[in-house]
Design a protein around this ligand. Structure first.
Ligand code: BT5
Length: 284
């Protein structure tokens, strides 16, 4: 898009209030002008004992992380880079479900705050126009020390390209990354999206705690951006499987049907959309 066709919001009073007061809609916020990674910070001893619901928010990350040590590009001032600390009553095996629930929550929050309708790409991508506008990295730090009822600390890390100009995505990323700005043609107040995000993620994880996984599954499937599309999956054993996405099963695993009609349940590996021009890339 023409970079002159938009201007950043003159001000985001909610963002400034959050930064100055260290809270947002009643929840504690640790605001960091710059950090290596909000997830790394959230998991560090500095935050031992922080209340569930605490948000770590950075203006920029110098070593923002994707999965498997990959990088998350975090230019200053234009994106949301946050970690939400939770101590849900969930077992470690439920962690992949937290990522799927958070994906639904990010979509709901972006829908509410902007009117855009993001889609999901298994397991953790937020798509707009078939390109990646956000990603989720869920991590845990075992048991919370000193808690009356020990619960694992769960850190839900979320990156969303809000007002990121398309020109800021470097070469290889340019073809498959986008932002809310690029999709809508106008900028958004990050504080509004952040407020909705924190509330929706908490709500979605509470739904898991209450045994409402089928509800999350339904909401995820309603936003599945790759179902029926051709995918290329590089298995952990480095074999490439091409086939059609059949969507996610009741456990939250992605199913792919190959040309011979065999069905593969995807647990991990590289996953790429290969049809329709749009090209999003992910690794589970
Ligand atoms: C993810 O990993 O998508 C998880 C991203 C989570 C980022 C948040 S930011 C706050 C918190 N603190 C952190 O340190 N991390 C979390 P993955 O599926 O592995 O995707 C990573 C890949 O996405 C990269 O290898 C690039 O190809 C691409 N990518 C990197 N930065 C991007 C961006 N800003 N927008 C779109 N795609 C990007």
């Amino acid at each position: 898009m023409n970079p002159e066709a938009w201007e950043l919001p003159a001000s985001d009073p909610g963002w400034e209030r959050m930064r100055d007061a260290g809270q947002l809609a009643g929840r504690p916020v640790v605001y960091l002008p710059a950090v290596d990674s909000t997830n790394t910070y959230a998991l560090s001893p500095v935050l031992r004992g922080a209340a569930a619901g605490t948000l770590i928010v950075a203006e920029t990350q110098t070593a923002g992380r994707g999965r498997l040590g990959r990088q998350w590009l975090s230019p200053p001032g234009c994106g949301l880079y946050l970690s939400l600390l939770l101590r849900p009553a969930l077992s470690g095996e439920a962690l992949p479900r937290v990522t799927l629930a958070a994906g639904v929550a990010v979509c709901l929050a972006v829908e509410q705050a902007t009117g855009l309708q993001p889609k999901l790409k298994w397991p953790n991508d937020i798509l707009l126009d078939g390109k990646k506008a956000g990603g989720i990295l869920t991590e845990t730090a075992g048991m919370a020390p000193g808690a009356a009822e020990p619960r694992p600390l769960v850190v839900v890390g979320i990156g969303v390209n809000v007002n990121t100009p398309a020109a800021l995505f470097p070469g290889p990323l340019a073809a498959h990354a986008t932002s809310l700005l690029a999709a809508a043609g106008r900028p958004f107040a990050r504080s509004l999206i952040l407020t909705a995000l924190a509330a929706e993620v908490e709500r979605a994880v509470a739904a898991l705690e209450q045994g409402r996984w089928p509800e999350i599954l339904r909401q995820w499937r309603a936003r599945d951006g790759t179902r029926g599309r051709a995918l290329s999956w590089v298995t952990p054993g480095r074999k490439t499987v091409r086939g059609e996405s059949l969507g996610i099963d009741d456990q939250g695993l992605l199913h792919i049907r190959d040309a011979e009609g065999r069905i593969h349940a995807v647990l991990s590996g590289d996953l790429q959309l290969v049809s329709g021009g749009a090209h999003a890339h992910s690794r589970a």
